[in-house]
Design a protein. Structure first.
Length: 305
């Protein structure tokens, strides 16, 4: 099956390569020059423009977007509309907000262009292990695209599926990432406790490796924890700054809107936010208040030379 892939950063290029290995023809375009990954650059046909990409695809065309969520998706779709025709389909495999996906599906339907929101998980490991795909859209459209999903998933019969109508795929991925926040935070806190128990001088990688076999807390995230600790046991050179790409915020917002308690996901998100403030005003005020009511000592901030 022929496919246009827009967005050839590391994940997009890896997905294109996995599709190529599955027997599909992939034509890639990336608006940012130089983002093609060396491992796959020779294997993917490259189009110099969106028009060139669509011209090389037989109708009905299938175009897969792997671009940043938000305005970039809207701008890419708007540009594609100059070249797409009724019956073509756009698949958004990025981390878009599900409400945006519902809007885009409705707008494209007016032009008789199909839309699929595909929550995609697997990261840089998906090339070899396969990707988890949560799909939202019309059943008939997804059935036509089935060969693509079978090639990208870990196996043709597992790791992917239609989870509901337009928007459902990205909603499921949003919740997936919220759960991921909580799991990562639990591992981080647990290993921090082990690291601070100096009298036992724990080998953190050893413990991670023990837990990976037979333990109820074993997981792929624990495998990655062991790998990270093996590469850099003291995590030297890594700043205590944790970014987020939006899904955790959206998940917390949905929890409030749906009146569903989600304290672990919420606290994991807030902890990430707190990591970005190396000079927290709120923490300084807490120290000042303890001094005011109890006369507790306040540590002086070191001045940079």
């Amino acid at each position: 099956m022929d496919l246009g892939m827009i967005g050839l950063g590391r994940m997009g290029a890896n997905m294109a390569e996995r599709l190529r290995r599955g027997g599909h023809r992939v034509i890639g375009f990336d608006p940012k020059d130089g983002r093609y990954q060396p491992a796959t650059a020779a294997a993917i046909e490259h189009a110099p423009s969106l028009k060139a990409l669509t011209d090389q695809l037989p109708p009905p065309r299938a175009v897969w977007l792997m671009v940043p969520a938000g305005e970039t998706v809207d701008q890419t779709i708007e540009a594609l509309l100059h070249w797409l025709m009724p019956g073509d389909v756009i698949i958004d495999g990025g981390n878009s907000n599900y409400k945006d996906s519902q809007r885009r599906a409705a707008e494209l339907a007016e032009r008789h262009i199909d839309y699929v929101d595909c929550g995609t998980s697997g990261g840089v490991w998906g090339l070899e292990a396969g990707y988890s795909l949560m799909l939202g859209g019309d059943e008939a459209v997804l059935d036509r695209l089935r060969p693509l999903f079978c090639s990208l998933a870990p196996a043709a019969d597992r790791g992917w599926g239609r989870v509901g109508p337009h928007g459902a795929g990205h909603f499921a991925k949003m919740i997936h990432n919220g759960i991921e926040y909580g799991l990562m935070q639990a591992y981080a806190e647990g290993f921090s406790l082990l690291e601070h128990k100096a009298e036992f001088a724990f080998d953190l990688k050893q413990i991670a490796d023990i837990w990976r076999q037979g333990s109820v807390v074993r997981s792929w995230l624990l495998d990655l924890t062991a790998a990270a600790l093996g590469d850099n046991p003291r995590l030297d050179g890594i700043a205590a700054y944790v970014d987020d790409s939006g899904e955790g915020r959206w998940a917390v917002s949905e929890a409030v809107e749906l009146n569903v308690a989600a304290p672990v996901i919420t606290l994991a998100l807030l902890t990430r936010l707190s990591s970005r403030d190396p000079s927290s005003f709120s923490d300084k005020l807490l120290a000042a208040l303890r001094q005011q009511f109890g006369g507790h000592e306040v540590r002086q901030e070191r001045r940079k030379e």
